[in-house]
Design a protein around this ligand. Structure first.
Ligand SMILES: C[S@@+](CC[C@H](N)C(=O)[O-])C[C@H]1O[C@@H](n2cnc3c(N)ncnc32)[C@H](O)[C@@H]1O
Length: 284
């Protein structure tokens, strides 16, 4: 039995091949329509006699470019691109299933209206704000430092939500709640403070817009059970699949960028039960 399937190809075609109500949880992080090419360039600083910078102990250093990966994030009609994919997402979701839709402030409001139309307003559960604190700070407006994750369920009377499985966070004012509560921490609210994937950290795999495992672990723990099937059809570096495997869930990932597939092949190296498929292969 496979534990994970990674499809290379357009997610609309792959979604059309998946059985109705076969998936327990969907997380997607589509391109945000930023109007530019998303690029990640891996750099390494090395000691060099001819380096252009002087660092610790008076040694000279220079920066090497190791390589870069990218994907296009420009859409003429963003909602027309998303809509058929979200319709398919709704179809493949099990009756107890949930969809987490990750987006930023530029398109969040349009996407919410679209999702309300597909799922129904009664199936909207949460607007989660992922707040971080990294990168440049414009001085002519409030620095935008959050993403939005919209949570919809297929049926508001029977969706999966496991509050006891969710990682707990420190109280803001622990002195006000008593020692025992302060020690246990509290259930996170709909505002999640979480660092981005650190630029030079061990988690970084070299793909632009890579999301933190901590965010995906929290979503998967909260909204699925072990052995459930988790789908991410804008998979990028495969973060959803890694979190799913760690937590004993199965996964389906889809991406149409060969560079994403290359990164995922490295990331899943050594795990058993992973299948690699192309859209052409499943259409014939
Ligand atoms: C924002 S990135 C996802 C990043 C991912 N969450 C991670 O942690 O690495 C969006 C991904 O969607 C992929 N994508 C865009 N359009 C697609 C399509 N029509 N079918 C499949 N993948 C697509 C892009 O190649 C890109 O890798």
């Amino acid at each position: 039995m496979w534990r994970g399937r990674v499809y290379f190809g357009d997610n609309l075609h792959v979604l059309q091949t998946l059985p109705t109500e076969s998936v327990d949880l969907i997380y997607i992080d589509p391109p945000f329509n930023t109007g530019k090419q998303q690029r990640y360039t891996a750099l390494r600083t090395v000691r060099s006699e001819s380096g252009d910078r002087v660092g610790f102990g008076g040694n000279r250093y220079r920066t090497l470019t190791l390589g870069s990966r990218s994907f296009i994030d420009i859409f003429d009609d963003y909602l027309a691109f998303l809509e058929p994919r979200l319709q398919e997402a709704y179809r493949v979701l099990a009756p107890h299933g949930s969809l987490y839709f990750h987006i930023d402030y530029r398109e969040a409001h349009y996407c919410k209206v679209l999702l309300d139309a597909i799922f129904g307003r009664a199936c909207f559960l949460n607007e989660i704000i992922w707040a971080y604190d990294y990168g440049g700070r414009p001085r002519r407006k409030w620095p935008p430092k959050h993403d939005t994750i919209l949570l919809y369920v297929k049926d508001p009377d029977r969706y999966v939500f496991n509050p006891d499985a969710i990682d707990r966070v420190p109280y803001m004012a622990p002195a006000l709640v008593g020692a025992e509560k302060a020690r246990r921490g509290k259930l996170p609210t709909d505002v999640w403070w979480h660092t981005i994937v650190p630029t030079n950290g061990r988690e970084r795999v070299g793909y632009p817009t890579q999301k933190p495992l901590g965010i995906l672990r929290r979503i998967i723990r909260a909204s699925s059970h072990p052995e459930h099937l988790v789908l991410d059809f804008f998979a990028g570096s495969g973060t959803t699949g890694v979190a799913a495997l760690e937590l004993g869930r199965r996964f389906i990932l889809v991406d149409n960028n060969p560079e994403a597939i290359e990164v995922m092949q490295k990331r899943f190296h050594g795990w058993d039960g992973i299948e690699w498929l192309e859209v052409e292969a499943i259409q014939s």
